[in-house]
Design a protein around this ligand. Structure first.
Ligand SMILES: [Zn+2]
Length: 547
């Protein structure tokens, strides 16, 4: 396509200009520099499909030639970006049970996209350890990893570090170029969309609008900005760079991990890999080692609300399970509470439809929360707080600051674990016991431990799943009950409105990859992202000792 050629030619010019303006000194003898490219949300099996179908021709060529080599990686539980990056960047086993959770001891929610939450968690949990990108840059990550410059990191997204923003934004050449290129591509995408709209107005508008918005926002503007900012860093010789391309994850959430729109995003990420690889080749004296990895995969899911008349799981649990404070006081001496709970659970399982007013209220609450303000009752009733975070939902009994065991929970709510695990839209129900984690599945209770894999016993990777669940339930902030929609009777379910989801134990979510230089001493397999930390820290040590 001629436009691509023009863009490419201009790109070369700009590259050369930036190179001349920005070329920094090479590292000291023997030291190497680190570039990590994260493809957010890409499982190994989807990567393999993408490579086989020719959607990532550049990466395939490098792997085939042996310039790069691939290793399998298990990412641990939950299969979620903040947990992965805390482990990989700082080498700690984090207390991050999901993308959204409640800390009972502090009585506060943590929600990563909210300003300040990621920065607070990073400060608390990294514990003063040096991050793998200390003195470098990070882009699009949840945490900074110690980077001096970080842009569009969740930790800084609302309050960027002065230098990060200033350096990235005031670099006139970079910004102008990004603007020109992104505007051109935006115009191209809008033009294409317009043609499709003329061809088939109604269907195309409904189908294409969301996709177009994501494509222009994430895949044009943000990806181009990251490409240019990272290229500039490579020319400057920044010692360590961690860039996270969000394109695939965002499309996979919206349409499903193997949907054509998600797979098409891989081609655009492949182009970014090619651009960064070429810049590295242009400055061989900077000695960059090129890594590509993914933080988790995704499972194809049905949104819970589709199964339950448009109601969210919080609403269903409060309306039908935890609906009566008196039930909490249930004891063998007060069987009436038990009966009420049983009828509540029956209604919950049958998916009884609420009234019209209730439905309108729920709609407002879900889609326009700002109309009603932060509604405490939406998440918390009778000392029970429910947080839906993806294919996982946490149930907290907040009158007690420490996690409750299943014995303590069932003293209050007899038979709760078994009943919930038989409900529509619920797969696994995890809890703690004095003998380690327990898992309820389809109405049966299993112990999870060294020689006990419960419902996962048939899986090839049973030991990995068991280790993940043990880690997860050892986190103080994981719910007293952790509900997973993964492996529900009718297929995987997510508790938020999305078609692709992650945080759970399915093979697609758990297994990703680490791709590194052909000659690098990569471990044979990575069993948990904490193992990445000492590996990537060798770059810092070499750099420090050499400097
Ligand atoms: Zn995601």
């Amino acid at each position: 396509m001629p436009l691509d050629d023009v863009v490419l030619a201009l790109q070369h010019l700009v590259d050369r200009f930036i190179r001349r303006a920005r070329l920094g000194p090479p590292p000291a003898a023997g030291a190497r520099r680190l570039l990590i490219v994260q493809i957010d949300g890409l499982s190994r099996s989807v990567l393999e499909q993408g490579l086989a179908e020719g959607r990532m021709p550049f990466l395939r060529r490098l792997l085939k030639r042996g310039d790069l080599q691939l290793r399998p990686m298990a990412v641990g539980m939950p299969t979620s970006t903040p947990a992965f990056q805390m482990a990989a960047m700082y080498g700690v086993r984090p207390d991050i049970p999901g993308f959204h959770f409640h800390d009972k001891r502090r009585r506060e929610d943590v929600y990563f996209p909210r300003a300040g939450d990621a920065a607070r968690v990073e400060a608390q949990q990294a514990g003063g350890r040096r991050g793998i990108v200390a003195g470098g840059s990070s882009y699009g990550c949840v945490f900074t990893g110690g980077a001096a410059d970080s842009l569009f990191s969740f930790a800084m997204i609302k309050r960027p570090t002065g230098t990060g923003l200033v350096r990235a934004v005031t670099n006139f050449v970079v910004l102008t170029w990004v603007a020109v290129k992104a505007l051109t591509l935006t115009a191209v995408e809008l033009g294409r969309a317009l043609l499709r709209l003329i061809a088939d107005p109604v269907a195309e508008w409904q189908r294409g609008f969301k996709s177009l918005a994501i494509k222009i926002g994430i895949s044009v503007w943000i990806r181009q900005l990251f490409n240019l900012a990272v290229s500039r860093d490579l020319y400057r010789g920044v010692p360590a760079i961690y860039v996270n391309y969000l394109d695939y994850d965002v499309f996979a959430h919206a349409y499903g991990p193997r949907h054509r729109r998600a797979l098409r995003a891989l081609r655009r990420v492949d182009r970014s890999l090619r651009q960064l690889w070429r810049v590295c080749r242009r400055v061989p004296e900077h000695q960059y080692d090129f890594y590509v990895l993914s933080d988790h995969g995704q499972a194809h899911c049905t949104p819970f609300e589709k199964l339950r008349d448009g109601r969210r799981i919080e609403r269903v649990l409060f309306d039908e399970v935890f609906k009566d404070a008196a039930v909490r006081e249930v004891t063998p001496a007060r069987p009436s509470g038990r009966r009420r709970l049983a009828s509540g659970i029956k209604a919950y399982r049958s998916g009884r439809a609420p009234g019209v007013f209730q439905r309108f209220f729920n709609y407002l609450e879900d889609d326009f929360p700002w109309v009603l303000g932060e509604l405490r009752e939406a998440r918390e009733q009778h000392d029970v707080r429910v947080i839906a975070a993806g294919p996982n939902a946490f149930v907290y009994f907040i009158d007690e600051p420490q996690p409750l065991t299943i014995q303590q929970i069932e003293d209050r709510w007899p038979g709760l674990g078994e009943s919930l695990s038989r409900s529509v839209g619920v797969g696994y129900v995890l809890a703690r016991s004095t003998e380690g984690p327990v898992c309820f599945w389809r109405g049966k209770r299993y112990r999870i431990g060294d020689s006990e894999a419960g419902p996962f016993a048939g899986r090839e990777d049973a030991a990995t799943v068991v280790a993940g669940i043990v880690d997860l339930m050892a986190m103080p902030s994981a719910g007293d009950l952790v509900l997973y929609g993964i492996d529900a009777a009718g297929g995987n379910v997510s508790y938020i409105a999305e078609t692709g989801a992650h945080a759970g134990p399915s093979a697609e979510e758990l297994h990703t990859f680490l791709i590194g230089p052909g000659g690098a001493p990569l471990p044979d397999a990575i069993r948990h992202p904490v193992e990445l930390y000492p590996y990537f820290m060798t770059y810092q040590e070499r750099h420090r000792t050499a400097a």
